[in-house]
Design a protein around this ligand. Structure first.
Ligand SMILES: Cc1cc2nc3c(=O)[nH]c(=O)nc-3n(C[C@H](O)[C@H](O)[C@H](O)COP(=O)(O)OP(=O)(O)OC[C@H]3O[C@@H](n4cnc5c(N)ncnc54)[C@H](O)[C@@H]3O)c2cc1C
Length: 393
C-alpha cells in the first residue's frame, strides 16, 4: 500500500468531477485522487444536451465560465407521437456541448484545484474498518463511485441494477443541418415502449442525433434503435465512426446508498430522468452531494443517502408516476398539447424533464384537460407509424 488519500473518486465524468471539485472547495488541502479508465479528452456516448441548471451547479463549484463552451439553444421543439407540436422558448436556454469538450474542461478544473488524476480501470474495491482499498494498492478514507452505467463500485456494494428500469439509446454526429435550427428537437415515437428521436444543434454546424427507448421490458438491439431513428428522423447522414449505443440507468430503478465509506453518484447511482434520459444535471448535483458527504468518514454513506433523498425524493416520486403515464402515447400527446397552449405548463414540463422539478396539480389538470378534450389547434391525427420491430437480440 502506498499512500492514503482523503477521497478517491472512481470515474471522472460530470458526477466524479463535481464530487472532486466539491471536496476541494470545502477543504482545499484535501488529498483527492480522481481515477478514470480513459484519458481525457474522451468521448462519452450522449446527446450532449446540457440543461441550463447544470451551469448554475458548476458556477457554484467555482466554474462560472463553462456556459461559453456551447452556444445557447433558446427553444425546445417537441413533436408528440400523434403529430402535435410545441415550439417555445425555455425560461433559460439550454446548451449543446460535446462531452469530449465538457468533461475535459471539468477534469482540467479538478487538476487546477489540486486533484491528482490517474488513468486506471478500477476492478476491485475492499472496504476496511477505517478506509477503502482500490485494486489492492490505493487506499482512501472514502471512495466516490462515479463510474457510470456499468459501475464496478455499485456492483461491489451489492446494489442490484434493475434491467426494466434501464433505457438504451444510440447517438451519432452529422454535419447536416439540425432538424430545427436554434432548438432542441425531440420527436416522440408511437408504440408501447416510450421512445423518442432527437436532433440537437452543435455550435459551428451539424447536429447530435439519436434515438432512445425508455424501458427495458424487452432487450433492445442496435438495429432496432437505428430503425427507430430512421423512422422518426429520416435522412440523417451520420458519421459511422460516431454511432454508438449505451445504457441509461433510470431513477425508477434500484437506488440504494449503503452506510459506510463508499458513495455513489450520477449514473452509478441510477439517477437518469426516466422521462427524458437527461442525466447530467443529476450527475453533477449528486456529485456535489457526494463531495460534501465524502468528508464525513464512516458516516458518509448515511449522510449522502439523506442528502440524496432531500434533493431528489419528491422529484423522483413525480417522475416515476409520470413515466408510467408516458407509456400511453395519448398522455404524451396531451402533455405536448397542454405545453403548447400555456407557457407555464411548458416551463414546468421542462423543469421536470431536465432538472428536478415536480408536477404541480395545475399542470396535471392542464394535461388532463388536453387528454380528455378535443385536440384544439392541431391538425387531424396523422398516420400512425408502423410499430417498432420486436427486439432481435
Ligand atoms: C445515447 C445517450 C444520450 C444521452 N443524452 C443526454 C443528454 O443529451 N443530456 C443529458 O443530460 N444526459 C444525457 N444522457 C445521460 C448522460 O450521458 C449520463 O447521465 C451522464 O454521462 C452521467 O454522468 P456520470 O459522470 O455519472 O457518468 P459518465 O459520464 O458515464 O462517466 C463515468 C466515467 O467513469 C469511467 N469509468 C467507468 N468504469 C470505470 C472503472 N472501472 N474505473 C475507472 N473509471 C471508470 C468512464 O471512463 C467515464 O469517464 C445520455 C445518455 C446516452 C447513453
Amino acid at each position: 500500500m502506498t499512500e492514503m488519500w482523503d477521497v478517491a473518486v472512481v470515474g471522472a465524468g460530470p458526477a466524479g468531477a463535481a464530487a472532486a471539485l466539491r471536496v476541494l472547495r470545502l477543504d482545499p488541502a484535501a488529498r483527492v485522487l480522481l481515477v478514470d479508465a480513459a484519458t481525457f479528452p474522451r468521448d462519452k456516448t450522449c446527446g450532449d444536451g446540457i440543461a441550463a441548471g447544470v451551469f448554475d451547479l458548476l458556477a457554484a463549484l467555482g466554474l462560472p465560465d463553462l456556459a461559453r463552451l456551447g452556444a445557447a439553444v433558446p427553444r425546445l421543439h417537441v413533436r408528440s407521437p400523434w403529430g402535435a407540436v410545441v415550439d417555445r422558448s425555455c425560461a433559460r436556454p439550454n446548451r449543446v456541448v460535446p462531452r469530449a469538450v465538457l468533461d475535459h474542461a471539468l477534469v482540467s478544473a479538478c487538476l487546477e484545484r489540486g486533484a491528482r488524476v490517474r488513468r486506471q480501470r478500477v476492478r476491485r474495491i475492499e472496504v476496511r474498518r477505517d478506509h477503502v482499498v482500490l485494486d489492492g494498492d490505493t487506499a482512501a478514507r472514502t471512495v466516490v463511485g462515479a463510474d457510470g452505467a456499468n459501475s464496478v463500485v455499485r456492483r461491489s456494494l451489492g446494489v442490484p441494477s434493475r434491467p426494466r428500469s434501464t433505457a438504451v439509446a444510440v447517438r451519432g454526429y452529422t454535419t447536416q443541418d439540425p432538424v430545427v435550427p436554434d432548438a432542441l428537437h425531440i420527436a416522440f415515437a408511437e408504440g408501447r415502449r416510450p421512445a423518442y428521436a432527437w436532433s440537437f444543434p452543435l455550435a459551428g454546424g451539424g447536429a447530435n442525433v439519436g434515438y432512445g427507448i425508455f424501458d427495458g421490458t424487452a432487450p433492445t438491439s442496435r438495429d432496432e434503435l437505428l430503425a427507430g431513428l430512421a423512422t422518426h428522423l429520416p435522412g440523417q447522414d451520420l458519421d459511422p465512426a460516431t454511432v454508438r449505443g449505451h445504457r441509461l440507468p433510470l431513477s425508477t430503478g434500484a437506488r440504494a446508498q449503503p452506510d459506510g465509506r463508499v458513495l455513489l453518484a450520477g449514473d452509478a447511482a441510477a439517477l437518469v430522468n426516466p422521462l427524458t434520459g437527461e442525466g447530467i444535471f443529476d450527475a453533477v448535483a449528486s456529485g456535489v452531494l457526494a463531495g460534501q458527504a465524502a468528508l464525513c468518514g464512516a458516516a458518509a454513506g448515511a449522510v449522502h443517502r439523506a442528502a440524496l433523498r432531500r434533493c431528489f425524493g419528491r422529484h423522483h416520486r413525480h417522475t416515476a408516476a409520470l413515466s408510467r403515464l408516458m407509456r400511453s402515447p395519448r398522455f404524451v400527446h396531451a402533455a405536448v398539447l397542454a405545453a403548447a397552449r400555456d407557457q407555464r405548463v411548458f416551463d414546468t414540463v421542462v423543469e421536470v424533464g431536465l432538472e428536478r422539478g415536480t408536477a404541480a396539480p395545475r399542470v396535471l389538470a392542464a394535461i388532463g384537460a388536453a387528454f380528455v378534450g378535443p385536440a384544439r389547434g392541431v391538425a387531424p391525427r396523422p398516420r400512425r407509424h408502423r410499430p417498432l420491430e420486436p427486439a432481435t437480440t
